[in-house]
Ligand binder design. Structure first.
Ligand SMILES: Nc1nc2c(c(=O)[nH]1)N[C@H]1C(S)=C(S)[C@@H](COP(=O)(O)O)O[C@H]1N2
Ligand SMILES: [Mo]
Length: 426
């Protein structure tokens, strides 16, 4: 809208319009909700700023690029009371600060049971033995001579959202849902290596072992190995980060993160599951009747709203609002995500962007906020027709003892002042 009270000729008019457009971009929601308001000249536009007055740093100032200094709060974070020691601990991906589907390499949550192993790739070996015709050892260079593939997959720790089983606890999607990352992997299908070794017919399971101080071991059934597992050496186009298992890690698409053995060094073929610590006392789900579900490998359909959320409150006031989040399913593709702003009474279908089978999808719901409190929920449905359950339904089926495999619907309460909190509406 052009202010016609003073007259500066057509040039002046154009300049005032430009000023108002600038203000609109800075405070868009207010302008939409509140209508026109008087434009104040903005010194950020009318005055010359330092970054236009002086030359910046030249090329090579930062041979390996880093985020802007203004993004320094976008970091992995841990919850100190969760674990006794950082060497066997976890930190969380800052989901509230990210968009799109790919997790930046430096922001991937970390879960280690014996700290980060530091391995010179020249000294790394991968051994295949047990029920095979020819026990083999591969160097990294050997692996790079097999045909390789690129795929985007999510990795979710089965304990993600585990603290939320009995009710709302941690205030932020970084902490409630941040034990997930979604990366583009480059690696060799594991079946090519097993074909090279010659799998004996009686072999039905594979034991994968890590080369870190925890020597983490998991048993994986042969059908999965032959289907889509990879021995990966790249993530997001560059070498794996040390935290993610450099120089090689096992990729087990759609299955619980614990099976994705890092610093992979040994593969043993056998005729039954090994029943290691991580598949007996851990990563099993104790039901109400005392029986434990086990071999719950697939990560079920799940979603979470990342904005608004407790760490990303609605500070812009009423009017134009973008709600966004992530959805994923270990069964394959996401078919649909519904969102509710009234605690699950009414649902509308969100807009999906990007995504891949057993990879994360981004969803958006654009709406006009009337300024009243909101109860935000998202509900994902995958291509097999699996529907993300309410937490009540999950507890009715599995009791109150579980930690792992909580894929229940999350609720965020947005207050009229925009402050957002973790609550449960089931
Ligand atoms: N060798 C080894 N592999 C491991 C682990 C480990 O401690 N050692 N932790 C597992 C667990 S419990 C999870 S959830 C994932 C975490 O992968 P990330 O650190 O890339 O997030 O790695 C798995 N693979
Ligand atoms: Mo995990």
């Amino acid at each position: 809208m052009v202010d016609s009270a003073d007259d500066g000729g057509s040039k002046g008019n154009a300049r005032r319009q430009f000023l108002k457009a600038g203000l609109g971009a800075a405070g868009g929601a207010l302008a939409v909700a509140g209508g026109a308001r008087a434009a104040e000249p903005d010194p950020l536009i009318t005055e010359v700023q330092d970054w236009t007055r002086y030359l910046g740093k030249g090329v090579d100032a930062t041979p390996y690029g880093l985020p802007s200094q203004y993004e320094s709060d976008v970091v992995r974070r841990s919850v100190p009371w969760l674990t006794a020691d950082a060497k066997s601990s976890v930190n969380f991906t800052p989901l509230y600060a990210l968009d799109g589907t790919i997790t930046p390499s430096g922001l991937c949550f970390e879960r280690h049971h014996g700290g980060v192993a530091v391995i010179d790739p020249a000294d790394h070996r991968l051994m295949i033995h047990g029920m095979v015709e020819r026990p083999l050892v591969f160097t990294l260079d050997d692996l790079k001579r097999f045909p390789r593939e690129n795929h985007v997959y999510f990795l979710e720790c089965a304990a993600n959202s585990g603290m939320e089983w009995r009710g709302a606890q941690l205030n932020g999607c970084q902490f409630t849902h941040g034990m997930i990352h979604n990366l583009e992997y480059c690696g060799v299908p594991l079946r090519y290596l097993l074909e090279e070794a010659g799998v004996k017919p009686q072999a039905k399971w594979l034991l994968a072992e890590g080369g870190d101080a925890s020597l983490m071991t998991r048993s994986i059934p042969m059908e999965k190995i032959m289907d889509d597992c990879l021995v990966a050496f790249k993530m997001n186009g560059e070498a794996l980060r040390p935290e993610q298992g450099y120089p090689i890690r096992l990729v087990v698409p759609g299955w619980e993160g614990n099976m994705w053995i890092k610093w992979l060094r040994r593969l043993e073929l056998g005729d039954r599951s090994w029943e290691q610590r991580e598949e007996t006392s851990k990563y099993t789900d104790l039901l109400a009747d005392g029986v434990a579900r086990r071999h719950t490998f697939v990560m079920d359909v799940k979603s979470v709203i990342t904005n608004p959320s407790p760490q990303a409150p609605l500070t812009h006031g009423k009017g134009r609002t973008v709600l966004t989040g992530l959805a994923w399913s270990g069964h394959g593709r996401i078919a649909k995500v519904d969102v509710s702003i009234d605690g699950g009474r009414n649902w509308s279908e969100a807009r999906l962007e990007g995504g891949s089978s057993k990879g994360a999808y981004r969803f958006y719901h654009d709406f006009d906020w009337d300024g009243a409190e909101l109860f935000l929920q998202s509900r994902a449905i995958d291509e097999d027709g699996n529907v993300q359950p309410t937490k009540d339904r999950l507890r009715a089926e599995r009791g109150e003892n579980s930690i792992y495999h909580n894929n229940g619907i999350q609720t965020w309460h947005v207050r009229a002042d925009g402050v957002t909190e973790n609550v449960e509406v089931s």
